[in-house]
Design a protein around this ligand. Sequence first.
Ligand SMILES: [Zn+2]
Length: 574
Amino acid sequence: MIHEGSAFIEAAPEENQDEKGGAFYNKVQVVNRDLSILVVQTYIRTISSCRDASSTKHEIHVLEALGATGLRSVRYFHEISGITRIICNDMSPSAVALMKKNFLQNNIPEKSIIANCDDANTLMRRLSRSIRDPVIAHLNPASEDMLQSGKPGTYSIPLQAQKMHVVDIDPYGSASPFLSSAIACTAEGGLLCVTCTDSAVLCGKYPETCHSKYGSLSLKNCSFNHEMGLRILLAAIERAANLQGRYCRPLLSAKIDFYFRVFVQLFTKPIQVKRSCTKMSYILQCSQCSHFQLLPVALAQKHKGLHTKDASASECHQPPVGTNGEEYLCSPDMPSSPNFAVSTPRLSRNSIFGWQKVTDNFTRENDDEIDQNKWCPSCSSCSYTLGGPIYNQSINDVDFIKSCSETLKNVENTETSEKKMVLGARDRVDALLINLMQELTDVPLYHSIPRMCSDLRYSVPPFGKLIDAIHRLGFQCSRSHCNIDAIKTNTPSPVLYAILRSFFEPHESVEDRSCCSYGKLTSGKLPHIQVSQLRKNIWEVNQSSACHNEAPKKHVRYLPNPEPNWGPKARTKM
Ligand SMILES: [Zn+2]
């Protein structure tokens, strides 16, 4: 018997996975389940408070499509308030028998959790059908009544024509085979929760597999691999939603241990679906240094001759993050739309490989001085690797994560009548939420500082000092929850290299460095940055005049793994 949260669960022993349908207990995913309980509870509270205004009572139907032991469903039922009904599905009959036993042992009232044995995609397609669908009408003798009353889900034949408000996909490996049907059965504004444990594929170890499963090429050996994986997964979800006339709004996206977990809301709105191409960017990664640049697949442009005060329209005019929209011109023959036009980028050497004037301190060299054969603004190399497309919008909704944090703080204060969360991994979940809230939301990907320093053959400067120095120059900067050694910043990479150089020079000898990439990073004509001047301006300033001080650390930012050999378990044998 296994105890987690509020649940006592019987599962197949790990070394004996073939028995009982391979429904074994995965201890490592306790953070995933704790986080999910927190997010689903916060989501239900948020949409309930929106709906209270209309004073109609709404039901919340939850689907766990790949249920295994039923542990997650038991915990959802006992620890989350406001759930009407849970469907817990598994395609293995023995797993379903086991989960039924577990529901009994955990005092689940009859019909509160429905144990169902189906292929997950078959079930989700059936749920997604309309009650007006001829097949459903044929199968369901009560469908005439349902059509009369206009109410789906009377369950005369259960588990069909019933959209779900929360759909949880937690497979071993990739979630890609389930995305389409999961999106189809998610209600308007509903919450889709997706786990992917095939990190190696999403993080760049197998780019071709990544393309076949997710439709994007992951980059090998890039320093931002974890966030790239998250953004490739979100791009895949967005495209799968687009095929059904829908789009997604990410609420919380995280790389945890060895897996990815994302929570997105799904909506149907044609004008937003048309805009989805502007939410995708290719990645251009310099093959010789840490410079990278995002290249949007398309740009949202102000529609010429149209004047509107519509707030949503002005939002559409903003270029995607990480790009300079002014570099691109609207192509003349774009089909018009009420609020904006989508244009494909007109590419020029400058728009791709040049870097923009960002502050008064840094300017781009004159165009004719740029060597035609040198592309990278940091090291002047002339080769890039292309990856993506990735999702280029914000992947975390800070307001929503703040609400989650509030929910977590109030766990102890919940009334006795309410259901109570029992979070064994509470400290790790808390640390994750704090990290996510502090991340820059409008700067995709990140730089690995040790890697940039090793490009320069330098050691790593103190992180706090580096962040202060970047802020002093007027750039944005934060850490990343994915990588303890990374910073997210809108600082152009040549400036970032110059900042790092200025910390060590001129105190350290620069001889004997011409053999490595350092030589290229310092001898190129681009850009004109006075390292000695930079040193005076950002490192040798009085500490009291610092414009930014990192807040004293109240929380442990990165918690060590709870036990040795903390890692993924082998795939279930079916
Ligand atoms: Zn380079």
